[in-house]
Design a protein around this ligand. Sequence first.
Ligand SMILES: Cc1cc2nc3c(=O)[nH]c(=O)nc-3n(C[C@H](O)[C@H](O)[C@H](O)COP(=O)(O)OP(=O)(O)OC[C@H]3O[C@@H](n4cnc5c(N)ncnc54)[C@H](O)[C@@H]3O)c2cc1C
Length: 419
Amino acid sequence: MSPTHVVVLGSGFAGLETAFSLRALANPDRVQLSVVSDRDDFLFRPNSIYLPFGAAEAPLHVPLGTALRRREIASHIATAEGIDTERGVVRTSRGPVPYDKLVIATGAAMRPEEVPGLAEHAHTVWSPGRLHALGEQLQWVVQHAAHGRLQRVLFLVPPGNKCAGPLYEIALMLDTWLRRRDVRDNVQLAFTTSEQNYVQAFGPKLHDVVATEFSTRGIDGRTGAVPDKVRELEVAYTDGTTQEFDLLVAFPPYVAAQRFEGLPADDRGFLTCVPSTREVVGCPDVYAPGDAGDFPVKQAFLALLQAQAVAGQIAADVGAHLPGTGFEPVSMCVLEMFDKATFAQVPLSVTGDPVRPVVVDPEALDAYRVGTSAAWRLGKKALGTYVPGRFRAGLPVHAGAGWDTMALGLRGATRWLAR
Ligand SMILES: Cc1cc2nc3c(=O)[nH]c(=O)nc-3n(C[C@H](O)[C@H](O)[C@H](O)COP(=O)(O)OP(=O)(O)OC[C@H]3O[C@@H](n4cnc5c(N)ncnc54)[C@H](O)[C@@H]3O)c2cc1C
């Protein structure tokens, strides 16, 4: 029998975890693997929050050529532009790529234009380039504040953003960073979010942590604040209020990085998936793990879990593995603040309510844990070394002795440092 050709679109968390997990589960005689991506590296986005504060960008990029070759995975540097599910072919900028099974892991993109004026007047959090540009502005804030000129920095989460955590991190890190430069007294920090609670997806415990931090640090926070339009130096909200700023930092609304005509998707282009398998509804043999799919929270940790479910499913289909349990959405995140960090482990349940699309799973409250400590900063550092290292070696994140050690450490730390 000829091997099943599995084509993976995208070389981010979801694409690489699917490809490397599948290779670990199925030999080349069972599964022929190809990755089609518009870039030849992996970008470790979570640590890009350090860029505005002067961190180097190079360690965030992992070249993939050697890792893919070592795992006998063909690499096509091309943009996927369309899919013919009838014929089993992906149309790319470099010609057609046929598949037996397809994994769409092309991730998300930003659409700041949804809020009039946002693209023109805000610094946005997304790509390394934009985060470097924010860093330059922060240097100006320090300069002005050091000369006694009051600076107003406003952070903004509009509706449609699917991963607000990094913006909270940057706000809290900025507070610590300004204090260490002795200019905090001359900088007003404010944070307005359209969410009902701070970091809404992660439940009431994380809201309480952020509310306490904002109050202790003198950050003026407001929830339920929906921006209507952004003008030069001012945001107008739908409730008639306004807020002035010298520097506006926003995490824009999300859309799919690539829309695929003919596949079922929501109005933002996120592909409609069977919840536990991440198979695209009505398209057998097509899967969409990670940000490209319709899971309401977009996060690297969740992308990895979805990718494992997809790899397990495909491996079982080709007879190389027993069926797995599928995707169980238990999120984990570490919220950096520079002087400490907060860890959250959150079992999630999807509600179908657009205002509150996920809640903490009421059936798994024991697993809902949040803790704040300087020690959690080490956890963030360890992940920032471990994950890129695994992909550099052509190995899945959630497997092997390295992950067993990480998981053991996490379990222990969660027991002692989170409740
Ligand atoms: C500043 C910031 C900080 C973050 N911090 C965290 C964190 O601490 N923890 C966490 O869990 N999550 C974090 N996230 C979210 C996390 O980065 C994403 O959820 C994660 O990257 C999603 O993985 P993915 O593989 O689905 O998509 P991506 O990582 O975006 O990968 C998509 C891949 O597809 C490729 N691609 C896109 N379009 C095409 C196309 N048409 N053809 C071919 N290839 C294409 C891209 O080049 C890329 O290789 C953060 C996000 C940001 C912006």
